[in-house]
Structures are given as C-alpha cells and as structure tokens.
Write a protein that binds this ligand. Structure first.
Ligand code: UFG
Length: 332
C-alpha cells in the first residue's frame, strides 16, 4: 500500500516525502510541476536512498486522477497540491477557486470510488485572520480575508460535509503557521518559480545577492519592535507532523483539526537579525509601509498538537535561518 502525496515535489511535500520514506513508507508523488521542479524527485531519492513512483499529472483532470487511483494501491492521501500566493489570489480568484477546490473534489470522488478512506490536508493558519487573542486555538472563529485563504477554509468545510455523508472517512486538517527552513542536506528547500512574496525566501535571495534589499512591511504595529510577529516553524518539523497525523488517522479520529506551529512568535526584525547573526551580515533592509491584508501578530496554541498528535517542534529560529540559506546557496 502506498501513500499518495499530491504536490509532493513542492516545498512542504518534498520534505514530507523524505520523512515518510525514511520511516519505511511507500510513497507515490503526483505533481503538475506548476510550482516545483522535476530535479526535486532525484534530490529526494539522493537524501533517502529510496525509490518511489512519480506521476506528472494535473489533478484538475478527473480522468487522469482516476487512473492514478485505479492503477495503484493507495492507503492514504496527503494533499498538498494547491496554489498559495495570497497577492496572486486577489488578482486571480477564479484560478485559485478552480484549482484548489476542483483538485480536492476530484480526489474525494476517487477516494470514495476506490475505498481510500484517509486524507491529511494542508490547511493554513491564515484562515484565522486577525484575532484579538493569542495564541490561536483550533476552536477560534475563522476569518479568511483573501481568496487563497478562503479556498483553504472552504476545503475544510467540504471535508467535514463529506465526512458527515460517509463517516468511514478520516481527515486530518493541519493548519500550518509560517513554514521556513530546509532539509539539513541543503538539497531541497523552498524554491518559488517567481520572485518570492514570503519573508524567508526573500531574505535568502537578498543574502545571495539575487535581490537587492528586503523591505520590511510596517514598523508601527503594536509589537515589541513595531514589526509583525509570526510563528515560524521548520519545514522538517512540519514533515514530522504529517507522519504523526497519518498515524492518528489509523486510530479513526473522523475529522481532526490541528495547528502546526512552535507556539513562539518572533518579529520580522528579530528574524532578519537572527539570519544575519548566523549567516554573516548579508541582509540589508529598510522599513516601508504595511502590506495590505497583513495582520500584526499570529502564533499557535500548540496544546492540541502536543496532546493528541504527540507533536512538538524541535528546531529553533537559528536552525531555520541556517538551513534556509544553505539551500539557497546550493540551489543558486
Ligand atoms: N514580510 C516583510 N517583507 C517581505 C515579506 C514578508 O516584511 O518581503 C513580513 C510580512 O509583512 C509578515 C511576515 O513578514 O509580517 C510574514 O510574511 P509572509 O508573507 O512570509 O507570511 P504571512 O504571514 O503573510 O503568511 C501568509 C499566509 C499563509 C500562507 C503564506 C503563503 O498567512 O497561510 O502567506 O503565501 F501560507
């Protein structure tokens, strides 16, 4: 039996593939390469010394999706495939709704037809939107404020409806905070096709000289240094979270919703300063206006992850900064 990773050559998918292969699982990766590179397949094999099946396919196509389920013995789906750039989603909402939701619907149809009952879904802490209280608990109300986040929220609702219609299914919905860092080998990491919009990949490209200077969006928030606060979590910790979530599904939890973060918030300025401390003084920055749609502070309540998943993030911010830069240098 194999675990199907949709979007498995992408940033979080590739690290999860490594984790699962290292745990002795059989993995099948399907990816349309729209925001990933085929070379990642070989990198995963190089890191793990293991082989796995790769299928290039667009899961918006039901026939192609069905063929994958028909031809393989799949025990569970870890569903990463989806567009993820907030700004782009504001300009191209249909593209986001069509891609992210249609892929999920096709997967659910096939899971039902081929009796595959377990799915781990990549959700996002951005569905919490702006909250008055920190840390953020899973029980908080949701306030998705852009099409990207709304696709994540709507998919969560679709999974719940699907479960209510047939409770043979099990869904683990993982709400990621801010994934950063890279595998310690420096072989895989975050590698966006376009100029990055997220903080860490922007920082690493300034460090290598590919981009000139980091703009810090806002220094007038009510935080200790005025810059935004985020819960940065190392992608290898996240990958472990997925492996634990797959185990949890075997215990039959129905719909299990869980934050994946460290529970600690760091400011953007602290993050840049830490990066400069561990990698040499490489990142110049300036303060500019706030970015529209940004919230001041976001960090996770990790109680549920600790209790029910036995998950505790182990990498610190220095390791996140070191590995992010190591990958960027290797990959340049
Ligand atoms: N930031 C800068 N300069 C930059 C980029 C970011 O100052 O060039 C700041 C932002 O203003 C924010 C912090 O760094 O305060 C983190 O920003 P990111 O763009 O890295 O991440 P967000 O917290 O905005 O996260 C959002 C959603 C996630 C989603 C992610 C992916 O909340 O769910 O973007 O695009 F997954």
């Amino acid at each position: 039996m194999s675990i199907l990773l949709t979007g498995g050559l992408g940033y979080i998918g590739s690290h999860t593939a490594v984790e699962l292969l290292n745990r002795g699982e059989d993995v099948i990766i399907v990816d349309d390469l729209s925001n990933s590179k085929i070379i990642v397949k070989n990198k995963i094999m190089q890191i793990t010394g293991k082989k796995f099946k790769f299928i290039k396919a667009d899961l918006k196509n039901l026939k192609k999706t069905e063929k994958i389920f028909k031809n393989n013995n799949i025990s569970a789906v870890v569903h990463f495939a989806g567009y993820k750039i907030v700004g782009e989603s504001l300009n191209h909402p249909i593209k986001y709704y069509e891609n992210n939701i249609l892929i999920t619907l096709n997967l659910l149809k096939c899971m039902e037809k081929y009796n595959v009952y377990n799915m781990v879904f990549s959700s996002s802490a951005s569905i919490y939107g702006d909250q008055n209280e920190m840390p953020v608990k899973e029980t908080f109300s949701t306030h998705a404020n852009n099409p990207y986040s709304r696709t994540k929220l709507y998919i969560e609702e679709i999974l719940k409806d699907f479960y209510n219609s047939n409770n043979k299914f099990n869904f683990a919905i993982l709400r990621y905070f801010n994934p950063v860092g890279a595998h310690e080998s420096g072989l895989i990491g975050e590698d966006p096709n376009d100029t990055p919009t997220n903080l860490m990949p922007y920082i690493t490209k300034v460090a290598t000289g590919e981009l000139k200077e980091l703009s810090i969006f806002g220094n007038d928030y009510s935080t200790k240094d005025g810059t935004g606060v985020r819960d940065f979590i190392h992608v290898c910790d996240l990958a472990i979270g997925h492996a634990l979530a797959l185990n949890k599904l075997k215990e039959k939890p129905g719909v299990f919703i869980c934050n994946l973060g460290t529970g600690k918030g760091y400011t953007v300025l602290e993050t840049v300063t830490t990066f400069n401390k561990v990698n040499g003084n490489l990142v110049k920055y300036k303060f500019v206006e706030r970015r529209s749609g940004d919230i001041a502070i976001s960090y996770a309540d990790t109680t549920k992850a600790e209790k029910e998943l036995k998950f505790k993030a182990k990498y610190n911010l220095e390791e996140m900064c070191k590995t992010s830069y190591k990958f960027e240098k290797n990959n340049k």
